[in-house]
Each structure stands twice: as structure tokens, then as C-alpha cells.
Design a protein around this ligand. Structure first.
Ligand code: CUA
Length: 335
């Protein structure tokens, strides 16, 4: 990927995600993926059945109430057979038909969406951490590790293997697929497929501690050639600093213990606790969707992570302003 291309891409992607982040919460009632489409149709169908049942029962109760008042219970006394027939039809047969239909339709849908109709082209391991998402591409020697932003090729099923580093989380990208729990010591499997290119916001949906609400992720569905370029770019180790300011930033990164928690491939930094930062500048947000990845936000995050996301594992770094500036300079070169 040429630097020019990646710059232009980041330029387009960051506003798209910023807009998505500010827009209303993603809705599962309007969808863009095979599994979510069928689940949404099921949801709407069951909702309409429920509405019709409530309206019919409500109307019958009102009719019954007023007829009884007008005519007493003469009908029931004079025509017991008719009453029993209505109890049979209205109380047993019709509910049985409605409930059986709902049950069978739900079962058929859940079975249809449980696995894709084609073999997935790609497997991504997604690891829930308090409070961010690690994404490892299980392809080749699994070098590509990123955080909070999962690129997938559009129109192709992608297998997602879920693991947790600490507590129970739940993985949910509402416009693409239903929720799947992320459980320590267990490997749950789900899959994603996007019908059209776009940025799909996801969210942890199992309470996992005070920053549960700030545990978002983005699935970026790219046309296949664009995905291949993204993947090739992520495979590269970090480019060595090109100027003395960035080189100074790299040494601050190592001196200030950042390297104890974060990996930057191609440098001695190999920490495994926090997100892999090899290509942090190619990502659109930081802190699991909490902040748009701008120079100012990055500096603010390093200088005051605990003020922004109290309880997160990222400590507030007490850097002098000069060190902070060169550090941010360096991180911004990690496209
Ligand atoms: Cu992770 Cu809620």
C-alpha cells in the first residue's frame, strides 16, 4: 500500500467512523448481513403476530364485556355447546397454530443462521479484554493482530472465534449478526458477512465492569481487493522512524515502559497486555471506539487515560510535554 493511498484511505475512513460514532446507536431492525437479515425478518414477523394477537384479544374482551352487560349470561346458559366450541377454537386451536408457527419459524431461522452456506474464507480470533477487543487473523503464521477494528472482505463469510482474556463479554455487531457470549476458558464461534461495503459498529453487550459501555468495535467491510491491500499493509512490520523526531519518539516509547504492555512489530517492543500498536495510525479510533484517532486525542489519551476511561489497564503517563509530542509524532507514523 503506498503511503499516499493509505493516507487517503485513513482520510476517508476516519470521518466515516466519526460520523457513525455520532449517529444513533446501530439498530438490529435494519440490517446488512445474511444472518442479521433473517433474524430481523423473524423479529418483525413475531412482533406483528404479537400485535395482532393483542389487538384481537383486546377487542374480544371489550365485545364480551359489553355483550354480557347488555344481555346477562343468558347465552352461556341457553347454549352451552356454543360456548365450549368457542373455548376450543379460540382458546386452544388458534393459539396452538400461532405458537407452533412461531416456534417452527424461530427454529428454522436459528438453524439457518447458525453457520454460513459457504465455507468461510477467513478466520479471525477475537479476544475480549476489559475493555477492548483484540483481533488476530488466523491466516499464515497469524502475524496480523489489531484492536477494535476488524476488516473483512465484503460478500464473504468470515469465521469469528471468540475467547476472553478475563471475564464474560458478549460480541455483537447488530447490523451483521446476533450476539454471542465471549466466555473465559471456552471458544464460542460465530460468523460475519456484510452485504455491502461499510463500517459497522459493534458493542460488548454483557456487563463486564465500569467501562463496559466503552467497549465498542468496528467491523469495516472492504471490497476484496481493498481488503487484500489492507491485509498486506498490516503484515508489514512497523516502518523504522524516518526522521530524528520520530526516532526520539520511539526511544521515549521504549524508555517510558510503553513497550512493557504494547507490541510494535519490527522494534524491541513486545508487550502483550495492551493493544498491538504496529499499525495504530491506520485505525480510526482509540480506546475501543471511545475516541477518534486524532493527534490531539492520542496525546490526551496517553496523558490522561484514567481521566477518560477510569479503571482501564492503560495508566496515565506522566511525560514532559516535549516527550509527549515526539511520542505522538512517532505513533502517527505507524500507518
Ligand atoms: Cu465487555 Cu461488556
Amino acid at each position: 500500500m503506498s503511503p499516499h493511498h493509505s493516507l487517503r484511505r485513513a482520510g476517508l475512513l476516519i470521518p466515516a467512523i466519526a460520523a457513525a460514532a455520532c449517529a444513533r446507536a446501530p439498530t438490529y431492525m435494519s440490517t446488512d448481513g445474511f444472518a442479521a437479515d433473517r433474524e430481523a425478518t423473524l423479529g418483525w414477523t413475531l412482533t406483528w403476530i404479537s400485535i395482532v394477537v393483542v389487538v384481537v384479544v383486546g377487542v374480544l374482551i371489550l365485545v364480551g364485556t359489553f355483550r354480557r352487560r347488555a344481555r346477562g349470561d343468558e347465552i352461556a346458559r341457553s347454549q352451552p355447546d356454543r360456548s365450549i366450541r368457542w373455548i376450543l377454537i379460540g382458546g386452544i386451536i388458534i393459539p396452538a397454530i400461532v405458537l407452533t408457527f412461531s416456534f417452527v419459524y424461530t427454529t428454522v431461522t436459528l438453524s439457518a443462521v447458525s453457520s454460513p452456506d459457504r465455507k468461510p474464507t477467513l478466520t479471525v480470533e477475537v479476544v475480549g479484554h476489559r475493555w477492548w477487543w483484540e483481533a488476530r487473523y488466523l491466516k499464515g503464521d497469524s502475524t496480523v493482530i489489531t484492536a477494535n477494528e476488524i476488516h473483512i472482505p465484503v460478500g464473504q463469510p468470515v469465521r469469528v472465534e471468540l475467547a476472553s482474556y478475563d471475564v464474560i463479554h458478549s460480541f455483537w455487531v447488530p447490523k451483521l449478526a446476533g450476539k454471542t457470549d465471549v466466555i473465559p476458558g471456552q471458544r464460542n464461534v460465530t460468523w460475519l458477512e456484510a452485504d455491502r461495503p461499510g463500517v459497522y459498529r459493534g458493542q460488548c453487550t454483557e456487563y463486564c465492569g465500569p467501562q463496559h459501555g466503552n467497549m465498542a468495535l468496528y467491523v469495516v467491510a472492504d471490497p476484496p481487493d481493498q481488503f487484500a491491500r489492507w491485509y498486506a499493509g498490516q503484515l508489514q512490520p512497523a516502518a523504522p522512524p524516518k526522521d530524528s523526531v520520530s526516532a526520539e519518539g520511539e526511544s521515549v516509547f521504549e524508555r517510558q515502559a510503553c513497550a512493557g504492555c504494547h507490541t510494535i512489530r519490527g522494534t524491541p517492543a513486545g508487550g502483550k497486555v495492551g493493544p498491538d500498536l504496529t499499525h495504530i495510525a491506520s485505525r480510526s479510533t482509540i480506546a475501543a471506539g471511545t475516541l477518534v484517532n486524532t493527534r490531539g486525542n492520542l496525546a490526551g489519551w496517553i496523558a490522561n487515560a484514567q481521566g477518560i476511561k477510569p479503571g482501564a489497564a492503560m495508566p496515565t503517563m506522566h511525560l514532559n510535554p516535549g516527550d509527549l509530542q515526539v511520542l505522538v509524532n512517532y505513533l502517527e507514523t505507524l500507518k
